[in-house]
Design a protein around this ligand. Structure first.
Ligand SMILES: [Zn+2]
Ligand SMILES: [Zn+2]
Length: 145
């Protein structure tokens, strides 16, 4: 499942579809959870015993260089990848460390091709804070007490 989609995504972006590349792209296209290199490696290493962490790291970097995936650098310690290459913003929860997709609210900012005379090729927009799930959990705790 999805293998065709993964191959298409690779070839459309000028990437030769090797077995490992297909598997990594397939993982991205089935896990829209903004996985890190480690997440992808752990998810695939049992299926592909020859896979190394370095290969995953290099392959994901290469995907983002070819715009076949988005590289998201929330901070220096956490780089994650997104198989969704449509322009969207991200919200990072400081509590549970989940990364949420934000679409409509910020679309004019994300789709701009020019800003004060500069030509835009890439837009990265991050919000940080506490997500609604964590807020709900916390307010639930308070009423318990
Ligand atoms: Zn949270
Ligand atoms: Zn995303």
């Amino acid at each position: 499942m999805n293998q065709k989609e993964a191959i298409t995504r690779l070839t459309e972006h000028g990437i030769k579809p090797s077995v490992q590349r297909i598997a990594i792209m397939q993982y991205l296209l089935t896990h829209f959870t903004h996985p890190t290199v480690d997440d992808v490696y752990r998810g695939l290493c049992s299926k592909i015993p020859t896979l190394s962490r370095t290969t995953v790291y290099n392959t994901l970097r290469m995907f983002s260089e070819h715009d076949a995936a988005q590289m998201i650098t929330i901070d220096d310690h956490r780089v994650c990848y997104d198989g969704n290459v449509e322009a969207h913003a991200h919200f990072y929860c400081n509590r549970c460390r989940k990364v949420y997709d934000i679409f409509d609210e910020v679309s004019p900012l994300l789709s701009c091709k020019e800003i004060t005379g500069h030509q835009v090729s890439d837009v990265q927009l991050y919000y940080k804070g506490v997500c609604k799930e964590c807020l709900e959990k916390e307010s639930g705790k308070e009423t318990d007490n």
